[in-house]
Structure formats: structure tokens, C-alpha cells
Design a protein around this ligand. Structure first.
Ligand code: NI
Ligand code: MN
Length: 226
């Protein structure tokens, strides 16, 4: 499969049969190179309800019919909006036709703000372990450093981890180095930085210091084959 990074926390996974988008925040994401009106999607995976993660999910799912997989409260909310949403919860795994999704916890918050300013709380935030053909990607979502990352790394053979480094809203680079040690992925890709002034970071300064696994400062649109 081919895995690419598209700015902020946007990840695209292309397998022989499916196009999978994770946290497709495209409109309003100045770093993103995708077009919400043409991007292909069979599946959309969401780590939590914040608008910089749900992003263009509604429009993309309405256009493509993509199935949306999210933690329960967010899935129920999106289901009521007419999307084909599959709800899960922390610690649960389910095998879909595209692969297996397991949600991990994340220490963060989760709410969705509609265009009129109405805020809906959308349950727990999470991280996503996506396993396809014996390869596992771990998208940590938005989170602080938390020690269960070590357990998650010990229990799963993780090929590629997307770790937030932006600071302010999530862990920053120093904590993200500890996270990389604990998750023990073969490749470590930093995400959730440079989108907004408060989360400016130099990705290569982080990836140069990654000790466990290979730090990969993926450019927007850059792809890695697993
Ligand atoms: Ni968030
Ligand atoms: Mn975020």
C-alpha cells in the first residue's frame, strides 16, 4: 500500500482496492495539496471531532458515498447528518473489507463546531491503528504524551507512526521523541505542525533526533510504500 501525508494530520492510504483518508481537513488547511471536490475516498477514518480533523468529511462522504469510521458519539452525530458511519470505541477492533481498525486512547478533547457556531461534544478522542495485509499504521491523532503508548508499542508491530509534534494543542517535539521510543515504529512521521502560527516546528529537527525507528519528515504529497 501507498501512504501519503497531506499537511496537518491528513493521511491518505491507497491499497489495491481502497482509498482511505484519515482526518481529511482540506478546506482551510493551507498546507494541503488535495482537492475536496475530486479526492477519491472509499473510507474516511476520524481520530476525533475537532474541525481540523473532521474537515471536509461531510462533503467528501456525500459525494463519494465513503464509509466513515469514528468513535461512537462522533459516528452517531455524522450518521444523523446522513453519512454511512460506523461507530467504535477505545480498545475495540473491527475488521472491515479494507482492513482492521483498532482505536486507542488519546489524551485530548473532542467537539465539533457547526457553521452557525453550535458546538457538539463528540465523546472521546482516539488514535487509530490500521492494519492492512500485515502492515500496521498508527495515527496517534491529537494527544499528549501518555505512558500507555509504551504498552501499545509493545503489543503491536507498528510499521509507520504518525506522531503530532506541533505543541500547544498536542505534545511537542520533546515529548514526541519519547512517544517515538515507546511506540517503536519502523518509520516515524511528524504531523500536526506548521498549519497555524502556534504550532510552528522544524520537522527535520525532530526527525533527526528520533532514536527508535527512522524519522521521516514527509513533505506534503510525499508517499511511502509499505
Ligand atoms: Ni484536536
Ligand atoms: Mn487538531
Amino acid at each position: 500500500m501507498k501512504v501519503s501525508y497531506h499537511g496537518h494530520s491528513v493521511v491518505k492510504v491507497k491499497t489495491e482496492t481502497h482509498n482511505i483518508l484519515i482526518d481529511p481537513f482540506i478546506t482551510g488547511n493551507s498546507l494541503c495539496d488535495l482537492d475536496p471536490e475530486t479526492v477519491e475516498a472509499d473510507v474516511i477514518l476520524l481520530t476525533h471531532g475537532h474541525n481540523d480533523h473532521v474537515g471536509d468529511t461531510m462533503a467528501i462522504a456525500e459525494r463519494t458515498g465513503a464509509q466513515v469510521v469514528a468513535l461512537n458519539e462522533l459516528a452517531v452525530y455524522l450518521g444523523k447528518k446522513g453519512l454511512n458511519a460506523h461507530g467504535m470505541n477505545i480498545g475495540g477492533a473491527y475488521t472491515f473489507d479494507f482492513g482492521t481498525v483498532k482505536f486507542t486512547k488519546a489524551f485530548h478533547s473532542s467537539s465539533y463546531e457547526e457553521e452557525d457556531g453550535t458546538v457538539h461534544y463528540t465523546g472521546m478522542p482516539g488514535g487509530i491503528l490500521l492494519t492492512i495485509n500485515d502492515k500496521t499504521i498508527y495515527h496517534l491523532g491529537d494527544t499528549s504524551l501518555f505512558s500507555d503508548l509504551k504498552m501499545i508499542g509493545d503489543m503491536h508491530d507498528i510499521d509507520l507512526a504518525f506522531i503530532p509534534i506541533g505543541d500547544n494543542f498536542t505534545m511537542g517535539p520533546e515529548d514526541a521523541l519519547v512517544a517515538a521510543d515507546w511506540v517503536q515504529a519502523k518509520y516515524v512521521v511528524p504531523v500536526h505542525y506548521n498549519t497555524f502560527p502556534v504550532i510552528e516546528q522544524v520537522a527535520s529537527e525532530y526527525t533527526d533526533k528520533v532514536k527508535t525507528g527512522k524519522g521521516l519528515p514527509l513533505e506534503v504529497g510525499e508517499e511511502i510504500t509499505l
